[in-house]
Design a binder for this molecule. Structure first.
Ligand code: DHB
Ligand code: FE
Length: 279
């Protein structure tokens, strides 16, 4: 049986990818951030999961305003890197797992989560920056990836509760796949940030830290935060945090915190990172 062994929450700030790609990680602005991810990279190298389900949002790169799926599961064999306006990031193509992804769609749809099946899709910084943070800069990614793109760009985004329930259904889907696989799930985006308008630069550190605390202490509370509260209290782009609740739902009742890191500033974002192990 396949098993979800851990969940990873991490911001996906595009400037982090640019710092890595342009050799700027040793600059004073960036050193605390990359130092904070060192233990996580070590953990990932030791853990070496077979499959990573990466919950992320597309930022009008794979999807434009013609089609905006709420929950899109990447079922292709590979996913090219999107050009976000300054060339595609120089990172390896992302290899998928079509058979497992198709099984997940089947299980999720029968559980009444109406997934959009996406066979061809480019992936942007929402997915590639977390991969770089946890895996470094390899020639090929050492893991098969199933991307799950969530709409948090165009109103209305799904609620945190819906995301949490989807996570639970993902656990069931993975655990009904008859192959011994060690699976991790990423929840990406957040934490507090607002990148435009008069409130640009808004960071709410107490909000972020309480969110990190309650991933283990009280995920039910997090699942009841209404979308408007993310926007009001932690900035318009903090709504990306609902994707962390898909990750958390997929871990089951009890999850143990293995590592956390929180840092401001990185571009406009409160950067948060957590690794949770399943019971
Ligand atoms: C920033 C953060 C994001 O999550 C994003 O998608 C774009 C920009 C930022 O902090 O600059
Ligand atoms: Fe984002």
């Amino acid at each position: 049986m396949a098993k979800i062994i851990a969940g990873i929450g991490t911001s996906h700030t595009p400037a982090i990818g640019a710092a890595l790609d342009n050799g700027k990680t040793a600059e004073p602005y960036w050193t605390p951030l990359f130092k904070g991810y060192e233990p996580a990279k070590k953990w990932m190298a030791e853990t070496a999961p077979d499959v990573a389900i990466v919950v992320y949002n597309d930022h009008v790169n794979a999807f434009d305003f013609k089609i905006i799926p709420t929950f899109a599961l990447g079922c292709g064999a590979e996913f090219p890197i999107a050009d976000e306006g300054w060339g595609a990031r120089p990172v390896p193509v992302v290899k998928g797992y079509p058979e497992l992804a198709a099984h997940m769609v089947q299980s999720l749809v029968l559980d009444e989560f109406d997934m959009t099946i996406v066979n061809e899709m480019q992936v942007d910084h929402g997915l590639t920056v977390p991969m770089s943070l946890l895996y470094g800069q390899p020639k090929a990614w050492p893991v098969r990836v199933i991307p799950l793109a969530v709409n948090v760009i165009q109103y209305p985004a799904p609620t945190g509760h819906r995301c949490y329930m989807l996570g639970k259904a993902i656990k069931k889907a993975v655990e009904s796949w008859d192959e011994n696989l060690r699976v991790v799930i990423f929840g990406t985006g957040g934490m507090s940030h607002q990148i435009q308008g008069p409130r640009a630069g808004l960071i709410n550190t107490p909000f972020d830290k309480a969110f990190l605390d309650d991933l283990t202490r009280d995920p039910e509370r997090l699942s009841r935060i209404p979308p408007i509260e993310y926007l009001r209290d932690a900035g318009a782009e903090a709504i990306e945090l609902v994707m962390w609740l898909i990750m958390r739902g997929a871990l089951g009742e009890n999850a143990r915190e293995l590592y956390r890191f929180y840092h401001v500033p990185a571009s406009s974002t409160g950067v948060g990172h957590i690794i949770l192990e399943t019971a």
